[in-house]
Design a protein. Structure first.
Lengths: 82, 574
């Protein structure tokens, strides 16, 4: 299992029970970052940063980087204005 | 549409017709035109030759969602250069309803203690005495004037800071609920208003002016599509209404671009306490008068504003925004939302720019005179500013003077104005924006945070910033809220279609580039004549040399890039 946390408006895409907190996802459902994003039904263009164990992953590596058991994935939404 | 001129010495108010070829020049662009034509750039900002201009845009009269920004502009006492600062609220609409595109406040009273209210009602404009309102805070004066002139009147006012002519004083605009909650905050325009002995402007809800729509079919189709875009794009239909500008936290903290501890770090150890989620949860838990979503301008469908309630659910501050949560929060080592809300509330009541005050207090903490995180002292310092004590007067002049008095080498400012909550060493495009915009370090002039570039690569930032600045200058000149443009790439074309439909004009999307370039060139011309040169288009020394965690980067845009920003070939509008 991996632990996942979505931030701010990305929570819009997931069930209320998982919003604004850490939730678990099985590796079978999300072996890499691309499949995790797809599984959660987040539009690609809404994702700004994906960090695995607090280390940012480059978008070009979303396909190749394999997720492993107990890893923590944070997904941050894109920014606009401020 | 007309331009109203109000002379504060003679008290005579005249009107003239807006020239036809100035049709699309509203807000920032109209301000640049008038200032360049009529104000001698070397003049004293608080003297009689400076002019304070309020302007709306060509779509304000049509009451379109998110297109009623009110701009204020003058020569800035903070930067010594041209300044435009815009806010939401109902000021722009009320002026447009009286057929007014711009209100130009001229000269200054002969009498030293003059304090007036300018009242705009149907077919009558007059100055009345406001001496009895001396030193009133913005909520008080707004309420008093609403009782007198109508709850739905627009009230534009200054607080005690503007009356004391502080360079951090802003101008406050009332919103649709009647709260004095929107701000033309940056650049000390409140001091210019105070220097002209003007406490407030009242615009009664009596205006009946309407533009006849020239191409109703085209106009309605474009408007329908525009609203549909705003209502369907994630940023404008989910992110902004649900989390507001605070939703940017913690993404920006994770980018290492959220100024913390007087710009010593780009990420905050206590960020979890001040995320957009934390703010939203607090408002929902407290309920009462609190609102997680709120429109600052009438009919705005984006509704990015909020109402922050105190522990008993009573309205404490409208609204708590990202910039304040950083400059008066993480920048000061403060992570308590109630404290940040109180700091914000005090600044609002005194009529102060929270960004500049936050930066100034940050400098004061940075030299060790107050501990980071000392919430009580931070609040007391703002109270001193509101009272105009000697220390308050220093801080009330902003980060540069504060740094000079207390001998700081770490003042985060360009052209006299402090940077905002987008760190230029982690988002290097902001180095270019802060350094080159004629406004001084102003993030709104060109936020590059959203661009799909490697923010740490200094070699790709100049063009990103420049293109953004041009687009923003056009958006600012049309009176459109920047956030509407985040709905997607169709927005500029839809704006043009609405303009064409309303006025029967024939613009295409290139209007944005033409308008944007024209406006920035005018602003630069004013600044050059005011004494600015290329040396002023640079970042502070400490940011060029002090590596900042978490990425341990410096602001390393090259001189060649800064120099090439003003390349004639780019700016020529053929």
């Amino acid at each position: 299992m991996i632990r996942v946390r979505l931030y701010s408006s990305l929570n819009h895409y997931i069930p209320k029970s998982n919003q604004e907190k850490w939730f678990e996802v099985s590796l079978a459902d999300a072996p890499n970052i691309i499949s995790l994003i797809e599984m959660l039904k987040i539009p690609n263009e809404s994702v700004a940063i994906v960090a695995v164990n607090n280390k940012a992953v480059r978008p070009e590596d979303y396909q190749d980087v394999k997720l492993a058991d107990h890893e923590e994935v944070r997904i941050f939404p894109i920014i606009s204005g401020g | 549409m007309k331009i109203l001129r109000a002379n504060t010495r003679t008290k005579i108010i005249t009107e003239e017709v807006l020239p036809q070829d100035w049709l699309v020049y509203g807000n920032r662009g109209l301000i640049a035109k008038i200032l360049l034509n009529e104000v001698p750039p070397p003049c004293e900002p608080l003297g009689r030759h400076n002019k304070l201009i309020f302007a709306n845009g060509p779509l304000a009269v049509a009451n379109i969602s998110s297109a009623q920004r009110l701009s204020a502009g003058a020569k800035s006492p903070l930067t010594g250069g041209i300044k435009e600062s815009n806010g939401g609220g109902i000021g722009a609409l009320r002026l447009a309803q009286h057929g007014i595109r711009a209100l130009v406040i001229e000269d200054k009273p002969e009498e030293k203690d003059s304090l007036d209210i300018l009242v705009i009602s149907k077919e009558n404009y007059e100055f009345t005495s406001g001496k009895e309102y001396k030193s009133q805070e913005t909520t008080t004066i707004t309420k008093i004037l609403q009782e007198k002139y109508g709850k739905d009147a627009a009230i534009i006012c200054i607080g005690p800071a503007g009356e004391m002519l502080m360079s951090t004083a802003g101008i406050v605009i009332s919103d649709i609920d009647g709260n004095p909650s929107r701000h033309c905050a940056r650049g000390g325009l409140g001091a210019v208003m105070g220097s002209k002995g003007l406490k407030a402007i009242v615009i009664k809800n009596e205006g009946k002016y309407k533009e006849v729509i020239q191409q109703p079919e085209n106009y309605k189709a474009a408007l329908k599509e525009y609203i549909a875009e705003l209502r369907s794009a994630h940023q404008t239909s989910v992110a902004y209404p649900e989390y507001g500008t605070a939703g940017i936290i913690p993404t920006i903290d994770n980018m290492g671009a959220m100024p913390s501890y007087a710009f010593r770090s780009g990420s905050f150890d206590k960020v979890e306490d001040i995320t957009g989620e934390a703010l939203r949860q607090l408002i929902l838990e407290r309920g009462g008068e609190g609102k997680t979503t709120h429109a600052c301008m009438p009919g705005c469908v984006i509704r990015c504003s909020n109402i922050f309630p105190d522990k008993s659910g009573k309205q404490k501050v409208v609204s708590l925004e990202y910039e304040t949560m950083v400059l008066m929060g993480s920048n000061l080592g403060i992570s308590n939302l109630d404290t940040i809300a109180e700091l914000n509330r005090l600044c609002n009541e005194y009529g102060l720019d929270t960004v500049e005050i936050g930066a100034a207090i940050g400098v004061y903490m940075d030299v060790g005179l107050v501990e980071f995180g000392d919430e009580t002292s931070a609040i007391n310092l703002v109270i001193e500013i509101g009272r105009g004590t000697l220390l308050g007067k220093v801080l009330g002049e902003g980060s540069v003077l504060t740094g000079r008095v207390f001998k700081s080498l770490r003042v985060p400012a360009v052209k006299g104005q402090s940077m905002a909550a987008h760190e230029p060493r982690s988002i290097k495009g902001m180095s270019v924006t802060y350094a080159t915009t004629p406004m001084g370090a102003d993030h709104t002039a060109g936020v590059t945070t959203r661009a799909q570039v490697d923010h740490l690569d200094p070699n790709v930032q100049m063009e990103v910033s420049r293109n953004t600045q041009v687009k923003v200058a056009a958006v600012d000149t049309l009176g459109l809220c920047l956030f509407a443009t985040t709905a997607g790439p169709k927005i500029p074309l839809l704006m043009v279609k609405m303009l064409n439909g309303l006025y029967g004009t024939d613009f295409n999307e290139s209007l944005f580039e033409t308008l944007g370039k024209n406006v920035i060139i005018m602003e630069r011309e004013f600044n050059i004549k005011a004494g600015f040169n290329e040396a002023d288009d640079r970042m502070p020394e400490f940011m060029r040399e002090e590596p900042m965690p978490p990425h341990n980067t410096v602001s390393d845009i090259t001189d060649e890039h800064y120099h090439s920003f003003w390349d004639k070939d780019f700016w020529r509008n053929d």
